[in-house]
Design a protein around this ligand. Sequence first.
Ligand SMILES: Cc1cc2nc3c(=O)[nH]c(=O)nc-3n(C[C@H](O)[C@H](O)[C@H](O)COP(=O)(O)O)c2cc1C
Length: 205
Amino acid sequence: MAGPHAHDDNGQHDVTPTDAPTAGIGLYFGTQTGKTEQVCGYIKAEFGDAITDAIDVAEGDLEHFPNLNGLICGIPTWNTGALELRSGTVWDDLLEKIGELDLKDKPVALFGLGDSVGYGEDFVDAMEELHRFFEKAGAKMVGYVPLEGYNFVSSRCLIPHLNEITEPENGEKFCGLPVDEDSEGELTEERVKNWCTQVKSEMGL
Ligand SMILES: Cc1cc2nc3c(=O)[nH]c(=O)nc-3n(C[C@H](O)[C@H](O)[C@H](O)COP(=O)(O)O)c2cc1C
């Protein structure tokens, strides 16, 4: 029965205004020196209005993740060789909380900034941690990338040996897109473009 505040609005309700995204695909990043944020700009250019503007996780609110249709998240690696908390950004403080969210079947694509020459033994390792905790939350992980075209010694991001130091010959795919602005910056544009096409398709956009 209609209560005193019922009104004929065809079932539509005003949503409380908020500066946080509540629909669409959220684009989030952590960074120390700005490169991951810069790559967000390339991704935003490919997706246009289908994704939010880039949001620094230092200012974003994880509570909004379940309201989104999907997520694209970027993470650099700074804590070389660390068993945990490898990014050296705010993501490290959020991993456990991400694991506690209910993101069942929500598509999530990751990209990781690293340096395949300077830090080739631990290439983009932090991306694996984000992958692990999003998977724990039930997310449907998309955006896996073949190893072809990358030169590195080892990484913890290789399927099927996630979270183990694995050499390329024993890996099948990266659990997201590695981006190397330090040593292979000239390849970034094409890598990002191809990946965005793949992620759009995998997210049904
Ligand atoms: C001290 C230091 C440690 C780094 N450790 C790693 C590493 O273990 N693995 C890796 O792939 N890249 C490593 N890098 C490279 C950074 O991840 C890379 O510069 C990245 O683009 C930085 O992203 P940001 O500007 O968004 O913070 C390291 C760089 C520095 C200066």
